[in-house]
Design a binder for this molecule. Structure first.
Ligand code: NAP
Length: 299
């Protein structure tokens, strides 16, 4: 089996490659990089791995010839551009490249919880846009709608190490949110890629991927305290403070998208209320505290 991962740098893509290269069936993997200097040494040294140059924003640079399956991830955009249009353009590039390479039987896309909604989800509208384009891109299509990434909490590392506190935008503090680790995403995507050619329950086949249990901000605080061995202060940012909070971190248009996304998974938001649940929900194994231990080690 030959699998292309495009692009190969995002953390979810890297986790998938790691599982593929360790798999006993011995698939060969092609990673697509904007800059070949970014290929991790652990992959470069593996004879089953090949790195090639390509950019998802340039359709002519993408060559999936000879691949049985393709994993696509859409990297986050922090620039003041129309990210939904960008997602449509990039997805059309992926779709065209899949269809040029007549060997590709299956496309797996790292999507997001809430991708079924066409409004009210801010940044997640990019995953919705991608799903609309990619739904018929290959004979078999799989959308892995991932919960909130546990590695998003990496942003807390700086304030924790410098001042012993972290911000949380997940309120009220006992409100739960499904969260998932990159290794669970990587393992799940690898399994779906390796299952190419096996019948799908539906096409596109769509499921939600969550962690072993949902977590509250209080759970997040406990996990950071356990991982660091320190008592830490948690500084909540309530609904009314979100626009200002993201305004300090991002340019205005980006801050607006992140505010809307954050509101969507708080009580009253469209994802919290879940009027159109995906249906199937799969659970990963990695607990929050174990992901935080990895983040502390820079992994
Ligand atoms: N955050 C969440 O909670 C969440 C939840 C569900 C789904 N998702 C989806 O999952 C996606 C992936 O997240 P992630 O954490 O794996 O990503 P990530 O690690 O943040 O990906 C960033 C990397 O993508 C690469 N990149 C950026 N622009 C690129 C381009 N035009 N072409 C090729 N590579 C490019 C860059 O690597 P180089 O500089 O090495 O090229 C960059 O370091 C998100 O964007 C979102 O669509 C996110």
């Amino acid at each position: 089996m030959h699998i292309t991962v495009v692009p190969a740098s995002p953390r979810t893509a890297q986790a998938t490659i790691r599982f593929l290269l360790a798999h006993p069936s011995g698939p060969t993997v092609r990673g697509v990089y904007r800059d070949l200097a970014r290929v991790p040494a652990e992959f470069a040294a593996n004879p089953k791995f090949a790195a090639v140059t390509g950019d998802i924003i340039d359709a002519s640079s993408l060559d999936f010839a000879g691949s049985d399956a393709v994993l696509n991830v859409q990297p986050p955009i922090y620039a003041e551009i129309d990210t939904v249009k960008h997602a449509l353009d990039v997805s059309n590039n992926i779709k065209a490249a899949v269809q040029r390479a007549t060997s590709v039987k299956r496309l797996v896309f790292v999507s997001s919880m809430g991708a079924q909604y066409d409004h009210g989800t801010g940044e997640i509208l990019t995953s919705h846009a991608a799903e609309t384009v990619l739904a018929d891109a290959a004979p078999e299509v799989v959308f892995v709608r991932c919960a909130y990434f546990m590695h998003n909490w990496e942003a807390a590392l700086k304030t924790i190490s410098e001042a012993g506190f972290f911000f949380t935008t997940l309120t009220p503090l006992d409100n739960t949110l499904p969260q998932v680790a990159k290794d669970d995403i990587g393992e799940t995507c690898a399994e779906e890629l390796l299952a190419t050619g096996n019948p799908l329950k539906s096409n596109p086949y769509i499921f939600d991927l969550v962690g072993p249990r949902p977590y509250t901000s209080l759970d997040v605080q406990r996990a950071w305290e356990e991982a660091t061995g320190k008592t830490l202060e948690m500084r909540p940012v309530g609904k009314d403070g979100l626009a200002e909070f993201y305004g300090h971190v991002f340019p205005p248009v980006v801050a607006k998208r992140y505010t809307e996304m954050n509101l969507s998974f708080l009580p009253g938001g469209i994802i919290y209320e879940q009027s159109q649940p995906t249906g199937e929900v799969r659970k990963g194994r990695v607990e929050l505290v174990d992901e935080f231990r990895k983040l502390l080690q820079g992994a």
